[in-house]
Design a protein around this ligand. Structure first.
Ligand code: ADP
Ligand code: MG
Length: 703
């Protein structure tokens, strides 16, 4: 390194940011791009050409030789197809070219991306379109242009387009509401997200010896290490040198991409860590989270480590999640979920709060679906992550206020005879505790935002935010319809609103729960309250196409019924595929690694029996060991045969994506658990020297 730069100097240096554009574009062009960014207006051809050229020059200076439209297909990760800037001219000369057309639209061969039946392969044409609201950046000598991905018939094939649409819907509906509150200053409302990301780091030399980690991202076998997380000595503990070097490099690379990673700390499980970024606009946050996951994996390798983003890499210790911190702000500088300090601001705050509560109650199954995956099934409801029942934690202070609004009685803890009057009184101060006040709740109000904690660590945050945004907008729309028509009739705004809020609280308070979400009592109580509890992915996903949800998405043109159906199909198919790969990998390891080791060591024990006998010694102990090994090995073979047969029989359950997924869940998954139990028991009975794969001690305690 020739010169040491400070973080402030290199932050965002690989991003074609607003500042770069201001410096490099003619004024009128710059203004035109900013208009497009802010209001989604189309970019004129000549403007696009100038922007493309400036972008190319900037990227080439950064060492880029290629460009790619960077998009987020339904695989859940990002995709890129690199094209060189080089354009041949006469006599073997080349020039570097990049036109407005190439910037604005791309045509990747889309045939191999999952489309859930939307796009037959023979008409495999899809196109990508620039999302000017998310800045282009340089990564690996390539100019990456964030884009949306659609089919030529207009169906969306990616995770970005619906997110952008849902943000637009929130903007429209929330502005209506702000106008009702007399706000004429705000012209744009944006949702914001800060996703906290958990991950594991393990030593690459052990990873390379585990086919399960390589092929499925999780350990399919492995007896629990003698030590787990019970001492909680890893949580916020000292960060080891190798990990700290990794984190430093990760931060640096993220900062260069304009991603402000703020805190990094050790998590509860050994080998587990967390990264929290500073929040930003939802779609940018979704892009940034994808880049963060990608860089985590890449940079870990440079340090001889492997980053595991699977939701449950190890049985017996905590898995990894992602916390989606959601809020909403307007361009006159308000966070709309921040309790204000004037009565009118507070009335507005309570209104948005109640709208959110209603949205969650009405559309809870959709939120559950947004966290549904084969990997996350291992966590939800397993005493480490929130249960599969959606509920909201508000905290006592806010709860008391809602109670008081609903019942017209005094706020608990306040002056005994004061009744809290929204719109008249100031809200009592309540602590804006930013720590996880209730870790057991899937959704917690944390002072000026809601934290959704159900997501799996490998999930894209897009689906969750599409659902939060659209359902919130749906309720705000209902509220605004009612209030606007009351005001038009000459009714009093505040009076109408108060009645509306009171009614909303009464009808939807069932979704609020401030107690321990991990307890069995809560599950019983939730059932009494009629809250849905979709325990597994297979139980949750089929509700995606329930009429009520389709109606909402279609009303706001976020998805069509066909698009939702295709998404459901893709997710169900993915579930079956994941389980099939896991089953195959288990069979491979069981047959080719574990069973041979078991047979070999059984033979070793039998030989010991014989030599003892030959020497005229008592061989009771050796016989006992040989017997146990022999029994376990035959159980192993039985479990292998059952799994093998049931896996093959999956071909008889392919009527629909759902029947197949259900079969995998009910039959194949149960077989896998049986096989694992026997293998793990064998592991405990075979010496380290004879065990063919790295153990949990190697994996969890050696970094
Ligand atoms: P803690 O780390 O204790 O949970 P923080 O205040 O650091 O609390 O917030 C955690 C996450 O919430 C961070 O990623 C942060 O950027 C994000 N966050 C904070 N404010 C907002 C907001 N208004 N909108 C979206 N996310 C937010
Ligand atoms: Mg958190």
């Amino acid at each position: 390194m020739s010169e040491v730069k400070t973080a402030a100097e290199y932050f965002g240096c690989n991003v074609f940011s607003d500042k770069v554009m201001r410096d490099r574009l003619p004024k009128n062009i710059y203004k035109s791009v900013m208009r497009t960014k802010q209001f989604g207006t189309a970019l004129e051809d000549d403007v696009a050409n100038v922007v493309a050229n400036a972008m190319k020059d900037w990227a080439v200076e950064k060492g880029a030789t290629h460009y790619t439209h960077w998009f987020q297909p339904m695989t859940g990760i990002t995709a890129e197809k690199h094209d060189a800037f080089l354009t041949p001219v006469d006599e073997g000369n080349v020039i570097l070219e990049f036109s407005g057309k190439e910037l604005v639209k791309g045509e990747p061969d889309a045939s191999s991306f999952p489309s859930g039946g939307l796009r037959a392969t023979f008409e495999a044409r899809g196109y990508t379109a620039w999302d000017p609201t998310s800045n282009a950046f340089v990564k690996d000598d390539t100019l990456c242009i964030p884009t949306a991905f659609c089919s030529y018939t207009g169906e969306i094939l990616d995770k970005k387009t619906p997110l952008l649409r849902s943000m637009e819907v929130v903007n429209e509906q929330t502005l209506r509401m702000l106008r009702l509150f007399g706000n004429t200053a705000a012209t744009r409302v944006t949702t914001t997200v800060g996703p906290e990301q958990e991950y594991f780091l393990i030593d690459k030399k052990y990873y390379d010896l585990r086919k399960d980690l390589m092929l499925t991202g999780r350990t399919l076998f492995g007896a629990m290490a003698p030590k787990g997380q019970e001492l909680e000595d890893h949580y916020f503990g000292n960060i080891k040198q190798r990990v700290s070097d990794f984190m430093k490099e990760l931060d640096c690379e993220l900062w260069k991409l304009g991603i402000y990673a703020k805190t990094e700390h050790n998590e509860v499980a050994p080998g587990q860590h967390e990264l929290a970024p500073v929040f930003t606009t939802s779609n940018i946050s979704a892009d940034h989270n994808q880049l963060t996951m990608e860089l985590m994996k890449k940079i870990a390798r440079k340090h001889g480590l492997v980053c595991l983003l699977h939701e449950k890499p190890f049985a017996g210790v905590n898995g990894s999640g992602k916390h989606n911190n959601w809020s909403i702000s307007s361009n006159d500088g308000q966070n709309l979920l921040d309790p204000g300090d004037t009565p009118m601001k507070n009335l507005q705050f309570i209104t948005f709060l109640c709208a959110f509560i209603k949205a969650v109650d009405e559309y809870a199954p959709l939120l559950r679906i947004s966290a549904a995956s084969a990997g996350n099934d291992h966590r939800l409801g397993a005493n480490e992550a929130p249960p599969a029942v959606i509920s909201i934690f508000l905290g006592d202070e806010l709860q008391n206020i809602l109670d008081s609004i609903e019942t017209g009685t005094s706020v608990k803890g306040n002056n005994a005879d004061s009744i809290f009057e929204i719109g008249v009184d100031a809200l009592p101060n309540f602590p804006k505790d930013s720590t996880d006040r209730n870790r057991t709740s899937p959704l917690a109000f944390t002072g000026n935002k809601f934290e959704f904690r159900m997501l799996g660590s490998a999930d894209s945050i897009s689906c969750t935010n599409v659902i939060m945004n659209t359902s919130f907008a749906q309720v705000i729309c209902e509220f605004a319809d009612e209030l606007e028509s009351a005001v038009a009739k000459g009714d009093d705004f505040k009076k109408t609103l108060k009645a509306l809020l009171k009614r909303t609280i009464t009808n939807h308070k069932r979704v609020i729960f401030n107690g321990n979400g991990y307890s069995d009592e809560w599950l019983a109580e939730a059932e009494k309250r009629g809250l849905p509890n979709y325990v597994s992915t297979v139980d949750a996903l089929p509700h995606y196409t329930d009429d009520k949800y389709v109606a909402m998405f279609e009303k706001f043109k976020v998805y069509t019924r066909t698009e939702i159906a295709s998404r459901m199909e893709i997710l169900l198919e993915n579930y079956s595929k994941v389980l099939n790969i896991e089953a195959n990998t288990m069979l491979y390891m069981a047959k080719k690694q574990i069973a041979p080791a078991a047979l070999e060591y059984t033979k070793f024990a039998c030989d010991a029996v014989i030599s003892k006998k030959n020497a005229g010694l008592d061989s009771t102990l050796e016989e006992k060991i040989a017997n146990k090994l022999s029994m376990l090995t035959s159980s192993l073979y039985n479990a292998i045969e059952t799994l093998d047969a049931d896996r093959i029989a999956s071909k008889d359950h392919t009527e629909t994506a759902e029947t197949l997924a259900r079969y995998y869940r009910d039959v194949v998954f149960a077989d896998m658990q049986n096989l694992r139990a026997v293998a793990d028991e064998l592991e405990m009975n075979i010496p380290e020297s004879h065990w063919p794969i790295p153990t949990y001690i190697d994996l969890l305690f050696t970094v």
